[in-house]
Design a protein around this ligand. Structure first.
Ligand SMILES: *Cc1c(COP(=O)(O)O)cnc(C)c1O
Length: 494
């Protein structure tokens, strides 16, 4: 079956997968969605026999139907190799009855690597397929993890360059150092005076500017996005949910067809949407738990049907989830609106204009496969400490938000539950070690804490951390949130 992609905001022409990947965002500001979600027409038992790369091919070939088998397989081989520190790519670790799907074994030790390892391959293949000769400028807003993962993926990839905006005071010291030490002649990192939502809004504005696009084109450039609004990021994220189900079967933890639950620590709603797509492809997932931190705009949405971003932005110990405008929710809204682009556009315009929207009861009724919980800062720290004391397993702050929601809501269902473990604890050592023993660790530097974490957990210090200990700072640009476009124009010489 041929899958085409359409915008969530108007019923314009459909595009192929490779065109959608190249564009990132639709011309009308909408997000690309597949015109149907393909079924994974395979016996579930077959999944248990497949490795990560084979699973990736099965999933991606159903969505990216204009790629040849050879093209896709070459993208997959290039992406999921020994950049990952384990052959399993995404190992499933059982602790205290729950299954932690560790998505942080890639180059930058956060789950963003799962998709951003392959996006540059998908992007350059798409460019070739569509005869694009412009240089592709990847413009990215990051709450900390996407930035580094995208930089690592696109560094020195011919025909591309990448500009990353991050909130100067909104990321962890290790996250910032990871980005500022990034090598590659085609990379630029810019700190903005503002928060993640400001960064994301600024980037979307540039994408939507026809005038800017024309000036770019005249100079041989075109934008694309490495954010999870790009369908080329979303689809590779479906893979690990399918893989996790196969692994549970393989290990004899479930029987074929047995329903499982999934808990996902959520920010921009990309990861959990991928789980929802996996469910819609036919993976037996019963409930998807959307776990929020104190920026619990999604928790409120699932409980009331009202999305309201007019609230204080809280800086938490899980910064990659400090988000009040969850972009990917638009894809779910479109679906529960009966694929009504006009209705979706009106709601999204209301969010931009009035800062809120409310869905109808009819739409809300279609959210029955979702549940939602949240963790306060205190609960997040308690969860890290409790699970460590009980099992010796040390998780990062984002995973802990999800783990709290597991203990709080999901556990009592009795179904086997997969918790998306989105970052290595080494990425958030300060918060993690403080959660375990604040008095003892408070006075140590972040890198001393790395060594302490190693002693406590016995887990090898990842290469990503060793690398930045002594690496020189290569980027130092800072701008106001209102100067993002001017900064891009300067970088590109427009
Ligand atoms: C990006 C990120 C999240 C949130 O994922 P979304 O797809 O934006 O919902 C959670 N945890 C970590 C560590 C992340 O980097």
């Amino acid at each position: 079956m041929n899958i085409m992609y359409k915008s969530t905001r108007s019923d314009g022409d459909k595009v192929t997968a490779s065109q959608a990947i190249l564009k990132g965002l639709a011309d009308d500001g909408g997000l690309f969605v597949p015109d149907s979600i393909p079924a994974l027409d395979l016996p579930l038992a077959a999944l248990s026999q497949m490795n990560y790369q084979q699973t990736a091919y099965e999933v991606m070939s159903r969505f990216f139907t204009d790629f040849t088998e050879e093209e896709l397989k070459s993208c997959i081989q290039g992406a999921y190799d020994d950049k990952f520190d384990t052959d399993e790519i995404a190992p499933l670790v059982k602790k205290d009855g729950a299954y932690y799907l560790e998505l942080f074994h890639g180059k930058t030790i956060a789950f963003k690597d799962m998709a951003l390892s392959i996006l540059p391959y998908l992007m350059t293949t798409s460019a070739k397929k569509n005869g694009v000769t412009n240089e592709i400028v990847i413009l990215t807003a990051t709450s900390g993890d996407t930035g580094k993962a995208a930089l690592a993926g696109f560094a020195d990839v011919p025909g591309t360059s990448i500009i990353v905006f991050y909130p100067k005071d909104g990321v962890s010291p290790i996250q910032e150092r990871q980005m500022l030490t990034q090598k590659g002649d085609n990379t630029t990192v810019v700190g903005i005076i503002g928060n993640f939502d400001d960064a994301q809004t600024g980037v979307k504005k540039m994408f939507n500017s026809k005038e800017l696009a024309e000036r770019m084109n005249a100079k041989g450039y075109q934008f694309s996005s490495a954010n999870s609004i790009n369908i080329g990021r979303l689809v590779p994220q479906i893979v690990y949910y399918v893989y996790a189900y196969g692994q549970l079967l393989k290990k004899g933890e479930i029987t074929e067809g047995e329903k499982i639950d999934v808990v996902v620590p959520t920010g921009n709603f990309g990861n959990i949407l991928a789980a929802y797509y996996a469910k819609n492809m036919g993976i037996p997932i019963e409930i998807l738990y959307c776990a929020s931190n104190e920026n619990k705009v999604l928790y409120d949405f699932f409980h009331t049907g009202k999305y309201d971003r007019k609230r204080e932005f809280v800086l938490t110990s899980s910064p990659s989830m400090d988000i009040l405008i969850s972009s990917n929710l638009e894809r779910l809204i479109y679906r529960i609106a009966g694929e009504d682009a006009e209705k979706t556009k009106n709601l999204m315009d209301a969010l931009t204009g009035e800062g809120e929207y409310e869905i109808t009861a009819e739409m809300k009724a279609q959210l029955d496969s979702f549940a939602s919980g949240y963790a306060t800062e205190e609960q997040t720290a308690e969860t890290i400490c409790n699970v460590y004391k009980k099992t010796d397993y040390i998780m990062d702050t984002h995973t802990a938000v999800a783990s709290h929601v597991y203990y709080d809501l999901a556990k009592e269902n009795g179904r086997k539950t997969v918790i998306a473990s989105t970052a290595s604890p080494y990425k958030f050592t300060r918060s993690v070690m403080d959660a375990i023993d604040k008095e003892k660790y408070d006075k140590m530097t972040d890198f001393e804490l790395v060594d302490e974490l190693h002693i406590l957990s016995g887990v090898a210090i990842p290469n990503a951390i060793e690398e930045i200990r002594s690496a020189p700072i290569l980027h130092n640009t800072v701008c106001d949130k209102n100067e993002m476009q001017a900064t891009v124009e300067k970088i590109l010489g427009l």
